[in-house]
Design a binder for this molecule. Structure first.
Ligand SMILES: NC(=O)CC[C@H](N)C(=O)O
Length: 359
């Protein structure tokens, strides 16, 4: 049998069954999502992390490419109670080590008690506990991956929906999920996808009606280029953001962000809208949060479980951001109208521009 060891920060080593061989290191996190494993495994925000599924059976409806959020698997390693053969074959073909037949409750309890932690895993015929511990030893903290954007962003600008006659969106790709792009295209937008470190002049050249900062992995303070773009555009151009995008917008406009104990990852996170007093169910995958929104932003939605900011609006600027994933995939579609709202905000800007100033 193939050996498998998962070594957690502090030295706790858990033995499992090896499914896909290799060694890996990363921040270990857990998702409570009970569906959507293909979408989660291809979500670029899991870059440099080891993903534990707390739902016990992963892979029960196969692996289909049309459900992927990106063209590769992003977590460095995968841990579950039971992985099906389909998922194992896929992870093997991607060179991503996978472990099952262990008590994932033990891992989840450790993370909940100890907070986000480093991890090393070793899977293979002759691996030992020491191999997993050696990986753990070399594991870097998430915030030390200072150029993580380069690992997940496009290298050159790409345009989608050139013939659409809706709003022009400049999407800053900090590790964007495919569903964000398709949600905008379905609403007739033209989407110019820019690298995470794009120059303001290049973005300006497409004359965007909306600057949209995507989701992405790692610590928002490491996305200096995207922070600078928000600062440069916010006075004249509406700004939207999802997940990392919300955090980057807050950093740009005088707010602050911080690392959470173990974050929110799942598809049933309740969010309260402070104006309507309604609760929506949301999909989430984040380990950082906005701590203080700053004087230019107000919190409009909060997480029911821990009161952290889930929705933010600009006070004097046209800004709407969400900490959760309105595009879902996996997860509920309660909040898809976010895309209508941000495009309406962008359309307001386009209308204003169409009217000559002296009319
Ligand atoms: N999904 C995301 O965009 C994640 C944002 C950020 N990397 C965090 O962990 O909080």
């Amino acid at each position: 049998m193939t050996e498998a060891y998962v070594a957690l920060e502090g030295g706790h080593v858990i033995e499992g069954r090896g499914r896909a061989s290799g060694t890996a290191r990363g921040e270990i996190v857990f998702t409570t999502a009970y569906t959507g494993y293909e979408e989660s495994l291809t979500d670029p925000s899991y870059e440099e992390q080891i993903l534990t599924f707390s739902y016990p059976l992963i892979g029960n409806y196969g692996v289909r490419e049309e459900r992927f959020e990106d063209d590769r698997v992003h977590p460095r390693g995968v841990v579950a109670r039971e992985l099906t053969e389909d998922v194992v074959e896929w992870l093997e073909s991607e060179g991503v080590p996978a472990v099952d037949h262990l008590d994932t409750r033990e891992i989840v309890t450790d993370i909940r008690d100890g907070g986000a932690m480093k991890c090393g895993i070793a899977v293979g015929e002759d691996v030992t506990e020491e191999d997993a511990l050696a990986e753990l030893e070399q594991c870097e903290a998430m915030s030390d991956h200072t150029d993580i954007g380069a690992q997940v962003s496009v290298d050159e600008p790409v345009v989608h929906g050139e013939d659409n006659d809706g709003e022009t969106v400049a999407l800053i790709d900090c590790g964007a999920k495919g569903s964000i792009i398709s949600s905008l295209l379905e609403r007739n937008a033209t989407v110019h996808v820019f690298p995470y470190d794009a120059a303001a002049a290049d973005v300006e050249a497409v004359d965007p009606d909306l600057l949209f900062i995507s989701n992405g992995p790692g610590d928002p303070v490491n996305f200096e280029g995207a922070i600078a773009l928000v600062e440069a555009f916010v006075e004249d151009t509406p700004v939207a953001g999802i997940c990392l995008g919300q955090q980057i917008v807050a950093e740009a406009l005088g707010g602050t962000t911080e690392k959470m104990t173990f974050g929110h990852r799942g598809v049933n996170q309740p969010v309260l809208d402070l104006e309507s007093n309604q609760v929506v169910m949301t999909t989430q995958n984040h380990g950082y949060t906005v701590a203080e929104p700053g004087e230019h932003l107000e919190v409009t939605q909060i997480n029911v479980n821990d009161d952290t900011p889930e929705g933010i609006d600009g006070i004097e600027y046209d800004v709407i951001t969400r900490q959760y994933h309105p595009e879902a995939n996996p997860g509920p579609h309660d909040t898809l109208d976010f895309f209508d709202d941000v495009l309406a905000m962008a359309s307001g800007r386009a209308d204003t521009q169409a009217v000559p100033a002296d009319d």
